[in-house]
Design a protein around this ligand. Sequence first.
Ligand SMILES: C[S@@+](CC[C@H](N)C(=O)[O-])C[C@H]1O[C@@H](n2cnc3c(N)ncnc32)[C@H](O)[C@@H]1O
Length: 261
Amino acid sequence: MRLRGRKNIRESLEQQSDLVVLEPQELKGKWNAFFENDNPIYIEIGMGKGQFISRQSFNNPNINFLGMDIYDELLRRGCEKARALWKSERDAEEVPNLALVRGNAENLQDMFEPGELERIYLNFSDPWPKSKHARRRLTHPRFLEKYKQALSEIGEIHFKTDSLSLFEYSLNSFSNTELQMRHISLDLHRHGLRDDLVLTEYETKFVGQGMPIYRLEAVIGDKVVAEHRRNVAGELAREMKRNGAVTLNAISDEEYEADHK
Ligand SMILES: C[S@@+](CC[C@H](N)C(=O)[O-])C[C@H]1O[C@@H](n2cnc3c(N)ncnc32)[C@H](O)[C@@H]1O
């Protein structure tokens, strides 16, 4: 592997200001101005080498993506990955809807105004298995509070991991913070690779080793929580109707009226 000095990495990042943000706190409240559009903003916290966020940005041109990590070297690799993808598949020199951000989840509130983000991806976050390190886990309640602040009224968190202990811990953490969870899976790819979901570097490796991937979504914003509850109530009402049960408080007002016209 070619080794590069820290100084060279920093210089390379400084020369890529179209794609790299080294001082994200300067863009607090101005991320849409940075992208020059009003599209929603999704962030992966702990993007690693950038496979997931590069592919997401390529697949979804109407969403702005941020890939955040604490290490310059990972940002440099992320740049290479994103540029290579856009060049090879679209012959594009620029990556319009992606920014790679040097930042720490600890400081999220310094980088984003309340409601500025629409989705947070936590992919294969470091599990920190020792309980004395629990507060470093990116699903610790103190981080969930920061995410809640930064997310909009339709905000969501999508969380994937190979670590059963981190998943178990996180279920409790989400639940204790009164977050509504959905699409919980204990083996995401059990019926073959989910090609509707983009795989990360770690995921590719673990799936190749036959390991199960745990996943959940947490809905946070008021609007998305209300929509989720309506969907669940509708499903329950349909199920009860299929079974011939008539339980008035289990069906929506609209369904009740339609039934009694
Ligand atoms: C195990 S790697 C997963 C990388 C990638 N998401 C994947 O699935 O392939 C975890 C990444 O999170 C980053 N990370 C750890 N703590 C972080 C924090 N507090 N803020 C931002 N990134 C963090 C690490 O530097 C590392 O790149």
